[in-house]
Design a binder for this molecule. Structure first.
Ligand code: COA
Length: 334
């Protein structure tokens, strides 16, 4: 029996809205400082989309770049996988918006709601579709408009300074070469920690989904126990990278490039230290874009590819951790 084909990434793209907000800009809105934000997180600035722009609009631009790199038209795509925690509407999913913007007939589109791990979860879905033969040209996007749900007062400063808006996109096709493409994806979740990082309303557990009391209490904004999230992230990320390496009989040294979720530079440095790898073997962009959740890794990947940091046959390791808790890793031979 022939092995199922690996999914190969043949196009990458990213897009961020033009409006830059520096740490100094945030200093004018809340009691924070450029020094605190840079020291604690490594973030210098981020982008916020204007009102009326949704994640699907950012995803549309990123998708056009990814399709151009792949040498494909939107009509060539036969499945859209859209990862976001900040969808255009509560429903329908942002995949429906993007499918319409791209004008790709009646192809299916699914939304992935796995927060900062949305990209690795989405990659597993895309890979499984291709391996099964169900779909042959899958567009995978991660896109976020976080700025809509951030509390820009001092009460929200622990979370609001960290997040930004952006989108990243990939085109995946069955690989002709059995050695190249997505080698593995390993995913985990530990729902017992769901309350350590959450945005509670609108919520279908409540009736009404959003009350005046909710709004007065700020439940429309994310809440995070930052220290606890940090502690779990620096444990789970190296653990799931090792799981991927062991599965593929590789060592940490065999990886050419590490791409992480972009929550906090201290987390990524701790993971590289744990793996005994120099930080120069990773590519990060949170200094310029902050945490773009599901978009973080595909945005880093696009920058790395276009910057010439990924060559044919290189091994790229991607890993993410976020709300849920949910986390995962992927290994790709380019
Ligand atoms: N500006 C200035 N001071 C701030 C601030 C801000 N934006 N946000 C919080 N502070 C204050 C706190 O009130 C606290 O003050 P106190 O000591 O008087 O109580 C102090 O800074 C330290 O806060 P703390 O939460 O202990 O900081 P930290 O070193 O843990 O860093 C995070 C905070 C959020 C940067 C860090 O915990 C983190 O990155 N966590 C993980 C995030 C993550 O991985 N997310 C992944 C999923 S998206």
């Amino acid at each position: 029996m022939p092995l199922p084909p690996r999914a190969q990434i043949v196009g990458t793209g990213m897009f961020v809205p033009p409006d830059v907000y520096t740490n100094k800009d945030l200093e004018k809105m809340m009691d924070t400082s450029d020094e605190w934000i840079q020291q604690r997180s490594g973030i210098r600035e981020r982008r916020y989309a204007k009102a009326g722009i949704g994640p699907s609009d950012l995803a549309f631009e990123a998708s056009k770049s990814a399709l151009a790199m792949a040498g494909l038209k939107s009509s060539d795509i036969d499945m859209i996988v859209f990862a976001t925690l900040s969808p255009d509407y509560y429903f329908p999913g942002s995949g429906a918006f993007l499918q319409d913007h791209l004008g790709c007939g009646t192809i299916p589109a699914i939304d992935i709601r796995n927060q900062c791990s949305g990209f690795v979860y989405g990659l597993n879905v895309a890979q499984a579709f291709i391996a099964s033969g169900l779909y042959k040209r899958v567009l995978l996007v991660g896109a976020e408009c976080h700025s809509r749900a951030l509390n820009f007062t001092t009460a929200g400063r622990d979370v609001s300074v960290l997040f930004g808006d952006g989108a990243g996109a990939l085109v995946l096709v069955p690989s002709d070469d059995p050695e190249r493409g997505v080698m593995s994806v390993h995913l985990h979740a530990e729902g017992a920690h769901r309350d350590l990082l959450k945005l509670e309303t609108p919520a279908a557990r409540n009736w009404p989904m959003v009350s005046k009391e909710d709004l007065d209490a700020g439940r429309q904004y994310p809440k995070m126990d930052g220290r606890n999230v940090f502690k779990h992230a620096v444990t789970r990320m190296p653990e799931v990278v090792r799981e991927a390496l062991t599965h593929n009989k590789l060592s940490a040294d065999d990886v050419d490039l590490y791409l992480f979720h972009q929550a906090n530079m201290r987390i990524n440095e701790a993971v590289m230290k744990n793996l005994d790898q120099p930080i120069t073997k990773s590519h990060n962009n949170m200094d310029r874009y902050g945490n773009c959740s599901a978009a973080s890794i595909p945005m880093c990947l696009d920058e790395a590819v276009r910057g010439g940091r990924v060559k044919a046959n290189d091994v790229v390791c991607m890993t993410a951790f976020g709300a849920g808790f949910m986390w995962g890793s992927a290994l790709v031979r380019w």
